[in-house]
Design a protein around this ligand. Structure first.
Ligand SMILES: [Zn+2]
Ligand SMILES: [Zn+2]
Length: 295
């Protein structure tokens, strides 16, 4: 059984529509795939409907932009009811923040002498994303010949501290763990030690998050070296957290993240789904109706 719990469609910054992504997952030999677009459930209905056609299981999820003491943390949420008022309000704030960020980013880039317009960003978008984000600006910079690829766009212009960076709203991490649980879902910290040499999420901080209701950590991710994976596996084991592995697939938008390049062990997936069922039970939601929220 092959399980990939972190993928993006063109509803956020992937390049395949949800249906195409689910078909690609079936072709890649996956049995279970979670759709985790940034801060939105907009792709769920299409993905779940396609999953039924091609005979794989899709777990509806999302990757929420949060902050812990000013440090950005991506939080994967599985099976929350997106109609839960607190969750809906947070997602709306995050999406609004991202939409407001685009014109501000363009203005900053123009002030630096980069020739780019909002229309360039719109032209670079594959589908109809719920929000335009930095990856779309990066694609526009590539199309304009300003940089060679998305990585260079982030390294030179768009990452924190670079001249085109604009801060935006992010939900509080600890609060969001509780909000997702109240919405009948479970949370997993995405790539906790990816890309940064001195990760902010130390074992102590992860322990505090576990205390607040965090269900798991994404250990097997392309941004994690073998050493990092070993250490994180140990921390997860000590705290009784679920260990997940996933591709963080973005279609053609990200190299080296092919569907199923990392997978989650079936026993760990089982534990995660048990925690989700417990959250649904605790909030008075029917356990067996985990797909009802996609309709
Ligand atoms: Zn992420
Ligand atoms: Zn992601």
């Amino acid at each position: 059984m092959r399980i990939d719990l972190h993928t993006h469609s063109d509803v956020s910054d992937g390049t395949q529509p949800p249906a195409g992504l689910v078909r690609a997952a079936a072709d890649a030999g996956l049995d279970v795939m979670a759709l985790t677009d940034h801060d939105t459930a907009a792709g769920w209905a299409e993905a779940v409907a396609t999953a039924a056609e091609v005979g794989i299981r899709v777990v509806p999820g999302m990757e929420i932009s949060t902050e812990l003491d000013g440090h950005g943390v991506h939080l994967l949420a599985y099976l929350p009811d997106p109609r839960h008022p607190a969750l809906a309000a947070e997602l709306a704030a995050v999406l609004e923040g991202r939409n407001a960020r685009l014109p501000a980013t363009i203005a900053k880039l123009q002030a630096e002498g980069v020739e780019i317009e909002i229309d360039d960003v719109l032209a670079a978008v594959a589908g109809v994303p719920a929000a335009l984000g930095r990856p779309h600006v990066a694609d526009a910079l590539v199309a304009r010949g300003v940089v060679a690829d998305r990585s260079e766009a982030f390294d030179r212009w768009l990452s924190a501290g670079r001249p085109g960076y604009v801060r935006r709203y992010a939900a509080d991490l600890t609060t969001m763990i509780g909000v997702v649980r109240d919405a009948g879902g479970v949370t997993v910290v995405a790539h906790p030690w990816g890309r940064t040499r001195t990760p902010y999420l130390t074992a102590e901080r992860i322990a505090a998050l576990a205390e607040a209701g965090l269900a798991g950590i994404e250990v097997d991710h392309e941004d994690h070296t073998p050493d990092v994976r070993r250490t994180l596996r140990g921390i997860a084991g000590d705290l009784g957290l679920v260990i997940t592995g996933s591709s963080d697939h973005h279609g053609a938008g990200k190299e080296g993240h092919g569907l199923g390049c990392n997978t989650t062990a079936p026993t760990e997936f089982e534990r995660l789904m048990e925690r989700a069922a417990a959250a649904r039970r605790a909030t008075g939601r029917p356990v067996q109706e985990e797909y009802a929220w996609t309709l």
